[in-house]
Design a protein. Structure first.
Length: 280
């Protein structure tokens, strides 16, 4: 009887757990992903609504620190170093805190991004950047707090904070121009030694030894510092293509470089190959 009562109790508890009421969230969370220039930017925040309330100067007091949303503090992640309002900010994740005023907002990027709301104790050393922007009255009410991006340029965009009849905006600048120029220069300069090395190993594995030989020779000629693993690949490719003398020469060079580097694995590999190829 006790076993039956225990079983029924457990079953009832299970049903109660499964029957939990589900409701919509009053301040739903959202994750916005945006590419600015060539930089990935992600904003995660919760979106409270007006619901007939006076927002700025009442629900959100003027000149007081605000989490810039609801629930957990708002977070922003930058994939590259950027500038916010003209101030440099390293890539990474930050909390966005604001101090809304009647005519200006302070927008603060804070390195401790894991607070629920505002920090219990404010640490000024964790302020990575602070910018002051104008607060603008807009000719309509935005019911639900919104963070959006606008005014896109080649390497910049504006992050807008919108709620009630108020807008504040911060310009985000990215290194897109410098990244694009570097990409153009790299492309115009042609493949690097590593590109040729990877092509050589690919063609070797595919059995296309003439192409592999062409690429490994180019890789070695382009590399500034001789590398024992490059010459190791060259020896294997030359051997597969029937050039035993070239293979032995490359293996001896690889062996010498591996010995200087103290790489015992490559020393053994080269010695084994030289013995196999009958080197003297």
């Amino acid at each position: 009887m006790k076993k039956i009562v225990l079983f029924l109790s457990v079953a009832l508890l299970s049903l109660q757990t499964e029957a939990q009421v589900k409701t919509s969230q009053p301040s739903p969370s959202v994750k916005t992903e945006q590419v600015i220039g060539l930089t990935d930017v992600t904003v995660e925040y919760s979106r409270p609504s007006m619901k007939g309330r006076t927002i700025f100067g009442d629900l959100v007091p003027y000149d007081k620190l605000w989490r810039t949303g609801a629930n957990k503090n708002t977070q922003i992640t930058f994939g590259d170093d950027v500038k916010v309002g003209g101030k440099e900010l390293k890539k990474g994740t930050y909390a966005i805190f604001t101090k809304p005023g009647k005519s200006n907002w302070d927008v603060i990027f804070y390195t401790d991004a894991n607070n629920w709301g505002t920090p219990q104790k404010w640490d000024e050393t964790k302020v990575a950047a602070k910018v002051t922007v104008k607060a603008t009255t807009i000719p309509m009410n935005v019911e639900t707090f919104t963070i959006m991006f606008s005014d896109f340029k080649t390497d910049a965009a504006v992050m807008n904070f919108l709620w009630a009849n108020t807008e504040a905006a911060v310009t985000i600048e990215t290194p897109a121009k410098a990244q694009t120029i570097a990409s153009i220069e790299k492309t115009m300069a042609g493949p690097s030694d590593r590109d040729h090395y990877l092509a050589a190993t690919f063609y070797k594995d595919e059995g296309e030894f003439a192409k592999a030989k062409e690429h490994i020779d180019k890789a070695i000629s382009l590399r500034k510092e001789p590398a024992f693993w490059y010459f190791r690949q060259q020896s294997l490719i030359y051997s597969k293509s029937g050039d035993k003398a070239g293979a032995i020469k490359a293996a001896k060079t690889s062996l010498e470089l591996a010995q200087k580097a103290g790489n015992a694995d490559y020393v053994k590999l080269n010695k084994d190959s030289l013995a196999e190829w009958g080197a003297k």
